[in-house]
Structures are given as structure tokens and as C-alpha cells.
Design a protein around this ligand. Structure first.
Ligand SMILES: Cc1ncc(COP(=O)(O)O)c(C=O)c1O
Length: 423
């Protein structure tokens, strides 16, 4: 017998589409892969050097992480994310995904997930048999949760149990970034209803017009747990290192986390922690590397937004990360003539007939009939693009066409699909 909460889980949608695309590519199909959200850029060489230098380190490290690394992350957060904390509040884990999962296990209560959220929150909650509710959001707000709608939600039914809100900015799947004002307003509502906030800031420095993104912890320090890591900002998803920060007011939980860590993963790989120590020194060259990544991603997002908006596809305004949520709802009637009414059906149709891979919105909390999809604009050779980027004054359409051909062709395929609908 298998635990029924686990038995009902399916493989993560993002990993699944990646396998499907690999299979189609093996068959010789030319797929524009907008389905998988992995950073395309090479890892900074100084991090690789640090990893090599520490390869012989075979010791278990402290359960909460290497002291020096925790202290370094405190400095990084202060200088580059405007967050003040102390090293005892920082915990290192094998990816922020695992730290989120362990936090979901630790806290009792109802989880609140804004419509248009990362694919893994809900399955993680389901796997412990937890309760959750999807909170309404709107395309017009780029699917960001507003203070008004959160307040209206609580007014309808005053919470009887602890409420745990999971926020993510820059956002996967929309690319939206919450502003300081939006966070300030949300913090007031959260404080009124004593909500615990998990603030997923894994993309924080991948912001298109600033060196980092606002954090709600600035306005709601007492009950916000912040999550971050190496995967996106440092293009090191495979290193599997994340961190979390407990608020000052919740330090009594240190031992709870340490106990659970010690009975599950023990500690993160030692060489990787030393490599992370280098990453979080975040020297000028590393900052430049992240700024260049953000500039390239910004240009691609603007190109896609312009091209797709012109053919009546709804596009969220990406301000960070490498995603956009796009909607085909203005073409719903024509699409229905193909016998397609759900986002899962449409993503399959477009993959099979136009070799364009995107993820159906249903995996992000949208209704099946709402034709929203997540696209990730990372299907390019990041090393080549970074080199080319450093030798041009400005990135234009020609640059996109030659250095990111899959992005360019992908957009052309969507245009072809819309044109075939015969509006
Ligand atoms: C919003 C969001 N949170 C967390 C993660 C997990 O990242 P990590 O590699 O640190 O586990 C991802 C990865 O895709 C993500 O998009």
C-alpha cells in the first residue's frame, strides 16, 4: 500500500514536458522549447574553481550549514537584498524546493496560494495531506495578489486556523515583481490576520531594472520566512543549494528545523557549500554577470511581449526572472472549432502541430478553461549569447534572430498558429 497523498501525485509538469521535448528532439523534430525554466547561462568560473578546490572535502558539515556560509549570506542579504538578519537565522538546504517542503511539513494550518503560482507548492502541500486554497488574481494585475483581494478573502470567512501565504517574486510563471507599495499594503492585511508568509525570493537579483527585488520581509519582518538559493541568480540549479531565513521572532524554531534536517538530509554536500561561499561574496565580476543575464532576459521578454501582443495574445509584463504568462483567450472561439477547450489540450496541440512547447496554466492554479500558459524564454546557448552580448552596443531583433534562433522561431510558430486560426 502506498500513502494515498503520495500516490495521487504526478511527476512535476516542468520535468515531464522536458522529457517529452527530449524524446521529440531524438525523433528529429525541431522543437522550440519554452516549457522548461532552467537558467541558460554558464556558471561563473570563480564558483567552479571554488568547487574544484574543495572537492576533497568529505566531512559532514553542521546540520544548519557551514557557519562561514551562513555569515556570508547575512552580508549578501544586507548589501544586495536590503534584508537585515543574523547568521543563526540562516539555514542551508539542498535547494530552496526542499526547504519549502520541510517548512510546509513543519507548519500546521491552511496554505494560501495566489492563482498563478509555481507548480510545486500545491503538490508539496498535498503530499502531507495539507489543506490549501487558491486565491483569486487577475490578468490586469499581472496575476499579483492584491491587498484588497486578500482582505476580501478574509472578510468572507474569518480564519479559524493559522494561515500560511506563499508569495513569489520575481514570479514563476508570470515574471511579475511585487513593488514596495504592494508589499506594504499586503503586510497590513497579513498583520491584521496574523498570517505567516513564505516569501520565495529565488529569482531576487534577476530583476530587469534594479539590482534586486523588494522583499515583503522589510514590511512584515516578524512573520516572513525568506527563501533563496544558487539555482537561478547563479545559474547553478544542479548544485542543489538553497537557504532560508527565519524571522527574529521565530528563532525558537531553530531546533525544530535542525531536528528535521538531521533526520532527513543531514547537511548539504560540503564542496557545494564552499562553492556557495564564493558565490555569496558576490564580487563586482559576479554582479556584472548577473546584470548582463538580466539585460539579455529583459530584451527577450520585451521582444516576445511586442510580437505576441500584436496578434492579440495576452502577455504579462515580465519585470524579472525568465517567464511570461500568455493567454489565448481572445482566440477562444476559433480554438474551440479545433475541438480544444482546455489549456492542457491546447499545449499538446501546439507541441504536436507547431513544435512549440509551453506549460498549461492548469499546473499553475489557473482553471483548465482559462487558456493561459507559462512560457520560459531560455531556450538558447547562454554562453554564446553572453559573449556576443559583450561585443555589441545594443541588442536588436537581428541579434535575437542570430543568437537566440529558437526564441525567434518559437515566436514565429505562435504567429503561424494564430494566423492558421483564420481570425
Ligand atoms: C518559484 C520557484 N521556487 C523555487 C524553485 C526551486 O529552486 P531550487 O533549485 O532552489 O530548489 C524554483 C525552481 O524552478 C522556482 O521556480
Amino acid at each position: 500500500m502506498i500513502n494515498k497523498n503520495i500516490a495521487s501525485l504526478k511527476q512535476s509538469a516542468t520535468l515531464l514536458i522536458n522529457e517529452k521535448v527530449k524524446e521529440l528532439r531524438k525523433q528529429g523534430k525541431k522543437i522550440s522549447h519554452f516549457g522548461f525554466g532552467q537558467s541558460p547561462f554558464p556558471i561563473h568560473s570563480s564558483i567552479v574553481i571554488a568547487l574544484k578546490e574543495n572537492a576533497a572535502n568529505n566531512h559532514y558539515l553542521p546540520v544548519a550549514g557551514l557557519e562561514k556560509l551562513r555569515a556570508q549570506i547575512v552580508l549578501f542579504l544586507k548589501k544586495h537584498q536590503n534584508i537585515t538578519t543574523k547568521k543563526e537565522a540562516i539555514f542551508i538546504g539542498p535547494g530552496s524546493k526542499e526547504l519549502l517542503y520541510q517548512s510546509i511539513l513543519i507548519f500546521e494550518g491552511d496554505f494560501l496560494i495566489p492563482k498563478g503560482s509555481w507548480v510545486s507548492y500545491v503538490p508539496q502541500i498535498q503530499s502531507k495531506g495539507g489543506k490549501y486554497q487558491i486565491l483569486e488574481t487577475n490578468f490586469e494585475d499581472d496575476f499579483k495578489l492584491t491587498a484588497e483581494s486578500l482582505a476580501a478573502f478574509f472578510k468572507k470567512e474569518a480564519p479559524k486556523k493559522q494561515q500560511i501565504l506563499i508569495l513569489n517574486s520575481p514570479n514563476n510563471p508570470t515574471g511579475a515583481v511585487y513593488t514596495e507599495e504592494e508589499y506594504k499594503a499586503l503586510a497590513i492585511v497579513c498583520r491584521k490576520y496574523n498570517v505567516l508568509v513564505f516569501s520565495d525570493e529565488i529569482y531576487s537579483q534577476l530583476h530587469f531594472s534594479a539590482t534586486s527585488s523588494p522583499s515583503i520581509s522589510k514590511y512584515y519582518q516578524e512573520k516572513t520566512i525568506v527563501f533563496g538559493g544558487l539555482s537561478k541568480v547563479f545559474s547553478a540549479g544542479g548544485y542543489r543549494l538553497g537557504y532560508m531565513m527565519l524571522p527574529d521572532e521565530m528563532q525558537e524554531l531553530q531546533n525544530v528545523y535542525k531536528s528535521l534536517f538531521s533526520e532527513t538530509f543531514s547537511c548539504v554536500s560540503s564542496p557545494i557549500q564552499f562553492a556557495a561561499l564564493k558565490a555569496y561574496t558576490y564580487d563586482a565580476s559576479m554582479q556584472q554577470y548577473v546584470a548582463d543575464s538580466a539585460k539579455i532576459l529583459k530584451t527577450l521578454s520585451e521582444f516576445i511581449y511586442k510580437e505576441l501582443s500584436a496578434i492579440d495574445i495576452q502577455c504579462t509584463k515580465s519585470r524579472g526572472a525568465f517567464y511570461m504568462t500568455i493567454g489565448f483567450n481572445k482566440h477562444k472561439e476559433q480554438i474551440a472549432k479545433l475541438g480544444i477547450t482546455t489549456s492542457s489540450e491546447l499545449s499538446n496541440y501546439v507541441l504536436e502541430n507547431y513544435q512549440f512547447a509551453m506549460l498549461p496554466g492548469v499546473d499553475f492554479g489557473f482553471d483548465q478553461e482559462a487558456l493561459f500558459f507559462r512560457i520560459a524564454f531560455v531556450d538558447f546557448d547562454g554562453e554564446k549569447v553572453m559573449k556576443a552580448f559583450n561585443s555589441v552596443a545594443e541588442i536588436d531583433v537581428d541579434f535575437i534572430k542570430t543568437t537566440t534562433p529558437n526564441i525567434f522561431e518559437g515566436v514565429e510558430k505562435i504567429k503561424k498558429f494564430i494566423s492558421a486560426l483564420g481570425n
